[in-house]
Design a protein around this ligand. Sequence first.
Ligand code: SF4
Length: 366
Amino acid sequence: MKKLHNSIEATIEQLNNDDSPWIVGFSGGKDSSLVIQILISAFCQLPVSKRKKLYVFYCDTGVEIPVLKDYIKNTLERIRKEGRALGVDISVKAIKPAVKDRYFVKVIGRGYPPPTNIFRWCTDRLRIDPIQVAIKQYVGDGEATVILGTRFSESGERDKILKANALDKPYLFKQQGHQKTTLFCPIVDFTAEDVWEGLLCIKGVSAIDLHLISKIYKEISGECPIIRLPETNPCSKGRFGCWTCTVVRKDKASKNLILNGYKSLEPLYEFREWLLSIRDEIEFRCTVRRNGQGGLGPFRLSARVKILEMLIAAQEASGHNLISDAELSEIYRLWQLDKDNSNYAEDLNKHLANQSTRTQQSCAGV
Ligand code: SF4
């Protein structure tokens, strides 16, 4: 397969000419899976002295589709083991967004409306910033090369942004807002069919279980890049994304998984639908925005209490852990701040008084 051959050759050439640390974002999807295979293959064709350490970052946003987490965890372990067996020093890191930036802290704590294409506050906070923080933590403040499974032809919008950020060598792009990061995208010219063919054809590496990933794709159809260009399509367009994603109107991924027998996702699916349905309802929103101007502001404190109740109910019904103690503490802290702010205090006291004992007990036990 010519594209695969070219991609591996370009990766070898880049490795030979690039002294900066290499970091690859892994989401579990087919694109980042092929990128990992290409990297391992290229590393193996270099003399041992040239094989730099490869960092594999997986970003657990806290709202990843729960049933896919085991697959991703096992795959990361396979990648690490295969690297060791082949003499490639692979360091796997699972990273998380800062508590203040987690999805439910923003929505339930601060009252952010769930993201849409127009107000898409999530991608930077949940997926891009944590990677940048991890880069600083693990490889320092200097230059770094981030390897992505981004591809042309996924959307016209993405193509435009990729072209605007292209550097003077094939596969290389700058990352907007992060001057010290260069993006290396070895499958940028692949179609979706090429990616599957690449996974099938690549020789000598087996970290990705092709049978399993094909099965998952049949059940879900898609993936979510970890580090991406924030202005492009939502990362969960039928893919490995956040189960809460409202940037897409329909959550096809969870729907398909439920149809394929993952019934524990039903309460999550219903919660997301409900959250989307109340997003723009005036009675759920404050009348003052955070910038002090009138208009549809954050969710009222009473609405945030209700959203937390619904989330805890979904958690109990599904058996999946949906919110952590650290997130709950931050949420209560933020509620207190708004309770002391005349713009947002509204009717919290009344609603807190009405809050069911069941929710309070559930929250305490999360
Ligand atoms: S999957 Fe959706 S909610 Fe999650 S970061 Fe991507 S666009 Fe935002």
